[in-house]
Structures are given as structure tokens and as C-alpha cells.
Design a binder for this molecule. Structure first.
Ligand SMILES: [Mg+2]
Length: 214
């Protein structure tokens, strides 16, 4: 059986990692404390190299944006942590015969740096990053590619675990996968079609998968 996972705020706590990095960056550059909010607001949903042109200007920095991006990639990779139970749960799923894949939106260098730093990369049969493929969730092609990297096909079914109602849950449902939503403290928005299963976090998501027939 196939299980695909989103990365940010599903397996790893990107929000906390971003806050941690922003705090250290502001301190290292002797910027005013408000700069932390500016950084977190601008990079909350996603971060790409081009975002660092505007961010550098907003912070009054004369650094080359490319250098800022690399500082960010290195710093975030050091700052991110897996949610409790994620690694152990994934290992257990592998041991039970699941094929595990990553389907993530983002730039290739930072997504792969985070996967490696968090010790997650070796646990996956396939890793698909939108920035490397030129397609993003919710597009079916990203799910297709992730399944193929796991030696599987969407037509055989499987699960998608993620935190984003539209890109993860909506996209995966349209691609024919069953959907498992991790709330991580949020409520499911009224009016949106519900996923197949809703759980508080990744540890519970993995428990649900462990209860399914492989
Ligand atoms: Mg996410």
C-alpha cells in the first residue's frame, strides 16, 4: 500500500523552525525585534529565492539576495524538527511493507535540506518536490510522479497525509487517493469537503494507517 506525505507542518514543524531561524537571524544582524515579524509574515506560506529580494529590501539589508537565500536554507535545515513520533512511525510503516513517498511544494534545495537534516530522507522510497518537477500540488501530476517514484501507480489507490485542505486534501482526492488530514491545532474550515480521516497530528495519522490492511 502507498502512503504519500506532505512535508511542511505535516512531518516537520516548519512554523516553529521559521520562528527559530528568524529570531537568530535578527540577533545576528542586530536588527530591531520587529524584523522577526516581518520575516515570519513574508515567509509564512512559502519561501523561494526570489522572495529574498523583497525581504532584504524590507529589512534594509544590502546583502546579495542569493546569499540571503543560502543562509536561510542552511539555517532552516538546522532549525526544523520532526513532530514527535514521526520518524518512529514512518519506520514502523516501512517495516509493515508500506511504500512511502514525499509530495511537497517548494524549492528543491530547501526541501531536500530539511528532509536530510531531520533524518527523514532515508525513510522514503520516493521524494517529489514541486520546484524540481515544475508542477505543484494540487496538480495530479505531482501525486502521479510521487507514486511512480515509489514504484506504485495512483490507479492502485493509496493515502495522502497532509495539513493543507486544498493542495494536499483536495488535490489528493482528485488524484484518486484517500485523504488523511493532520490538524496541528487548527479546525477544519466550514463548507470545505471533509477528508476521509481527520486527526490531531502525525502520530495519530500513522496509527490510522497502521490499522489499514497493507
Ligand atoms: Mg504542509
Amino acid at each position: 500500500m502507498l502512503a504519500l506525505f506532505d512535508l511542511d507542518n505535516t512531518l516537520i514543524d516548519r512554523s516553529a523552525g521559521l520562528e527559530h531561524w528568524a529570531r537568530g537571524f535578527v540577533r545576528s544582524r542586530s536588527l530591531p525585534q520587529e524584523a522577526e515579524t516581518v520575516i515570519c509574515d513574508r515567509l509564512r506560506d512559502r519561501a523561494h529565492p526570489q522572495d529574498f529580494v523583497g525581504l532584504g529590501a524590507a529589512l534594509g539589508l544590502s546583502d546579495d539576495p542569493g546569499n540571503l537565500w543560502h543562509e536561510y536554507v542552511d539555517g532552516i535545515a538546522r532549525s526544523v524538527r520532526c513532530f514527535p513520533g514521526a520518524r518512529e512511525g514512518l519506520e514502523a510503516l516501512r517495516g509493515a511493507g508500506w511504500a512511502l513517498g514525499i509530495a511537497t511544494n517548494g524549492a528543491g534545495d530547501i526541501q531536500r535540506a530539511k528532509l536530510a537534516a531531520a533524518g527523514l530522507a532515508p525513510l522514503f522510497d520516493g521524494i517529489c518536490v514541486s520546484g524540481e518537477l515544475g508542477v505543484r500540488k494540487p496538480e495530479r501530476r505531482l501525486f502521479e510522479a510521487a507514486a511512480a517514484e515509489c514504484g506504485a501507480s495512483l490507479s492502485a489507490g493509496g493515502w495522502m497525509v497532509g495539513d493543507n485542505p486544498e493542495t494536499d486534501m483536495g488535490g489528493a482526492r482528485a488524484a484518486g487517493l484517500r485523504t488523511l488530514w493532520v490538524a496541528n491545532g487548527r479546525e477544519w474550515a466550514d463548507g470545505l469537503r471533509e477528508p476521509d480521516v481527520m486527526v490531531p497530528g502525525i502520530a495519530e495519522a500513522i496509527e490510522v494507517l497502521q490499522g489499514k490492511t497493507v
